[in-house]
Design a protein around this ligand. Structure first.
Ligand SMILES: [Zn+2]
Length: 493
């Protein structure tokens, strides 16, 4: 009898060990099935002209969302959006930027003459992504950070008249998040683009030259009478030339004294914008779920996140190959490998592709306000820009060592990339979907890759700059670590 029990016991144990080994073999096969070729193909499709740069609110964005949803369906995921669809909808106004935009400055020549200097699209200026349409020619007033903060005894508009003028202002605030919460927090609300634009409108400015670098950025407010552009150093330098001041000294002095240094320049610029605003746009997050099989652990949810949207046209199509087609491609490869090799997971895994990350993170805010599964049993593994470079960065990795360790272990065992992690103070303006989840108390890591030249928010962030090998490694790392976390018998939250 005793012998029989031992035989029976070993048979059961052997059977489960066999199942365990078999799953392990399938995991290794799944990892090696991830192909840089497929990943590059996904990025190519996401960057096709038919999706017009995936600006949330447009029909082209929703066409792309449907394409991704059908991929999720092929991977055996279940829809988890509104009314059992793949989509969690939200309202999102948007602006299309058409060609025939321009920026020029009148520069003095000799005693009375002048010459009109036209700036170059992309290298010197970019159209404001939420600018109104029209042409404005006016004198330029330097208005510091464009901030009016009575409680801080600080007003960039004091002592200057900007009515009907074009202002030149800086991004951010005189105090930076790196100076710590005590110093920065009082300034935080004034560092938002929306605030600066609305404050300029309130003071009667006719237009704005935003010293933001010549890149697109639809994370801003819209005012039907307010025209603006984003510029880089060459434009700022021309506006300061002959004023007896330099830009760098002016900014440094504002930072040191916390006193405005606004002044009327003698320059006149012309901004020409050709845009259409759509106040009633509709966007959506795309949500697919793979239910966990463990009766206790399946309540817990691991979200793989990657925003689908990008900048649309500004005025050329900005394809956003690295930002963020690369991460959507990695998400797709992980979903496919799990399905192709029938990998069983104890915890529930959600594939969540956000809309409107580029438009003030409206998609991730919508999810956090209307979570499909309880947030207190959720962790987020977010990816943003994982297609360029040879190293991997894990934002907030030091804040969530339990989550991060799974990635470090998998990297040591299989991938061997250099990984950099940090603590994330989440002080400044939120600029990642993960920041919205962190503010809601959800443990969140955010992955990006770095170590090579990349282009950000300009048309050159296209398929030619993508490194398929880093995407492959990122996908394999995500797959192995995700399986480890989803099947761990230990606490991961
Ligand atoms: Zn992004």
């Amino acid at each position: 009898m005793k012998n029989l029990l031992i035989i029976l016991f070993s048979f059961i144990l052997g059977g489960s060990l066999f199942a365990q080994n078999e799953q392990n073999e399938r995991i290794i096969s799944a990892m090696h099935s991830v192909s840089s070729h497929d990943l590059l193909e996904y990025v190519k499709i996401l960057c096709e002209d038919r999706f017009e740069g995936r600006l949330t609110g447009t029909d082209e964005y929703m066409e792309c969302a449907r394409w991704l949803a059908s991929f999720f369906e092929d991977c055996g995921l279940e829809p988890a959006g509104d009314n059992n669809t793949w989509f969690q909808y939200f309202d999102i106004p948007y602006t299309l930027i058409h060609p025939e935009c321009g920026l020029s400055i009148e520069l003095p020549v000799g005693k009375k003459g002048s010459v009109q200097k036209h700036y170059e699209y992309i290298t010197e200026y970019m159209p404001g992504s939420t600018s109104a349409s029209g042409t404005v020619s006016a004198g330029v007033v330097y208005a510091g950070y464009g901030i009016t903060a009575p409680e801080l005894d600080y007003d960039d508009y004091k002592g200057i008249d900007v009515k009907g003028k074009i202002i030149l202002i800086e991004r951010e605030a005189p105090v930076s998040p790196s100076e710590g919460p005590e110093k920065f927090n009082p300034w935080r609300e004034y560092s938002f683009h929306q605030y600066k634009l609305q404050n300029a409108v309130k003071h009667g400015a006719a237009g704005m030259i935003y010293n933001y670098g010549p890149i697109g950025n639809p994370n801003n407010a819209y005012d039907e009478n307010f025209i603006y552009v984003h510029v880089g150093d060459s434009v700022v330098k021309d506006i300061f030339s002959g004023t007896g001041r330099t830009h760098s000294e002016t900014v440094e002095r504002i930072g040191k004294t916390l006193k405005p240094m606004s002044f009327e320049t003698d320059k006149k610029v012309t901004i020409k914008m050709n845009t259409t605003h759509y106040p009633d746009g509709k966007g959506a997050n795309i949500i697919g779920i793979k239910k966990g099989i463990d009766p206790d652990l399946s309540d817990e949810t691991i979200i793989i996140g990657a925003h689908l949207d990008h900048l649309g046209k500004c005025y050329e199509i900005i394809p956003g190959a690295n930002d963020n087609a690369s991460a959507v491609a990695v998400m797709m490869a992980v979903a496919k490998a799990l399905n192709d090799y029938d990998i069983k997971l104890k915890r529930t895994v959600m594939f969540l592709s956000f809309g409107a990350e580029e438009q003030a993170l409206v998609g991730s805010r919508t999810y956090v306000e209307n979570p499909v599964r309880p947030l207190d049993k959720t962790v987020l593994l977010n990816m943003d820009g994982v297609g360029v470079g040879d190293r991997i960065s894990i934002t907030a990795g030091k804040d969530f060592p339990l989550l991060c360790k799974a990635f470090e272990d998998a990297n040591d065992k299989y991938i061997h990339r250099l990984i950099r992690t940090n603590s994330f103070s989440n002080l400044g303006r939120p600029r990642l979907d993960a920041a919205i989840f962190l503010s809601a108390g959800v443990p969140s890591l955010s992955f990006s890759t770095f170590g090579a030249r990349s282009y950000y928010h300009i048309p050159w962030d296209n398929i030619n700059t993508i490194t398929p090998e880093i995407m492959e490694d990122m996908a394999q790392l995500m797959l192995i670590s995700l399986i480890e976390l989803a099947n761990s018998d230990k606490d991961i939250m």
